[in-house]
Design a protein around this ligand. Sequence first.
Ligand code: ADP
Ligand code: MG
Length: 439
Amino acid sequence: MRNIIKSGFKNAIVHSPIRARGSYRSLLKPSLKTSEVGILGGGQLARMLAQSAVQLGLRPVIYADHPQCPAHDAASDLVLGTLNDSQALEKFFARVSVVIFENEFVDCEKLRSAAIAAGRDPDQLFRPGLSTIRALQNKLQQKKMLAELKIPTSPFIEVSNPADLPKIANAAGGAVVLKWSRLGYDGKGVLFFDPRKEDNLPAALRFCESAHSRGIAVYAEKKIRFKRELAVIAVTGTAQKRGTPATVTYPLVISEQEDGICKRVMGPALALGARPAHQKLAVRAAAQIAKATGLCGAFGIEFFETREGKLLVNEIAPRVHNTGHYTQNAFSASQFENHWRAVLGLDLRDPLKEPGANQRHFAMLNLLGPDQVSISGADLPLPSPGPSSHLHWYGKLEISPRRKLGHLNGIARDGRELKKLLREFELCEKSWIQALKKK
Ligand SMILES: Nc1ncnc2c1ncn2[C@@H]1O[C@H](COP(=O)(O)OP(=O)(O)O)[C@@H](O)[C@H]1O
Ligand SMILES: [Mg+2]
């Protein structure tokens, strides 16, 4: 299998800076006498973005399809509607100074039309811009861009004809990982395929068929024997420093998944055995990606550290990311705050310039709905965090297996304290699950 280098990917337009410095109130158009800022989406990321906006003195308005969504009680107001409801979108776009995204799975054309109908300039309203979202909402496009930028990534090839799967896998040396190019998340849209295992083929064919029937391309990636997964959160501002957009980066972290869902994050990776060269590479890749795609705000990059010691980019998320939740308690400005700072044209806080940024240890544990537990109601048992843990709860009214319900954050002075912290997380999770199972 070989990398597909020739791609239709065009460098997205880098939008013009709003303004380098000053209060965000002065950035708002005079005609829009509002400090209301818009968040498209109402899940846990929107909730944490709204919490951060309130701390900055802004009035976050969320656009969501459910009045009791996780973000509803953190926001100043809610506009109810689906992503297909042009009228509700127009109403929302007309009142806010800027719109940011909880996730990238949006119909950019629909958003553009609704913005125009609301009398707004789409190039000014959305951060990041719609061309950036369009380029990064497609993981196959991402792979092509990475190849063009010569940023190491696993070899890949589009699967246009599912009948070719065994041939493709054999050419890749055995097992491959099949991926939907769009709409995949938390391991949905990812399937491991081994041509030597008889039962794998029917499932792989179904996987391709269900993507193709929705107009979603499928690609196959070489299965990487990784030593561990790493991740980094970067933030690109609209403020320009000497002509180039400034990108700041949080430290490289170790990210552990369970069944494709992020379970635990620990860092800084440099203090936990990662190579300084890998952090440098991650920082460089983040700046390259931001420049090539015109990114604005926080974004996450997932990596594989191969057993041979290479660092490969797995995927890019053009928004705040689960592997960056630790920043709420480990850094003076979280990914959520830096996201707002970036989209509003304020100076960013540079995490790697904070004293001890590469020494202070930290961890995050995702609290997922336990297997075989499906309950709903407002009075569900809450986890009770230990003395060194901070609970971030999403207020979801329904618990189902593997659903993200909250997370625990904590910091530690060194590796020994970090182990103690992780043990504290585990105990908290265990007693919470026991309480849930008694319900
Ligand atoms: N090429 C690969 N080789 C080995 N494991 C992989 C590969 N691609 C993905 N995975 C595993 O599957 C998980 C989910 O894949 P990913 O592409 O990140 O999808 P999602 O968008 O659902 O996060 C990864 O975090 C990793 O554990
Ligand atoms: Mg992923």
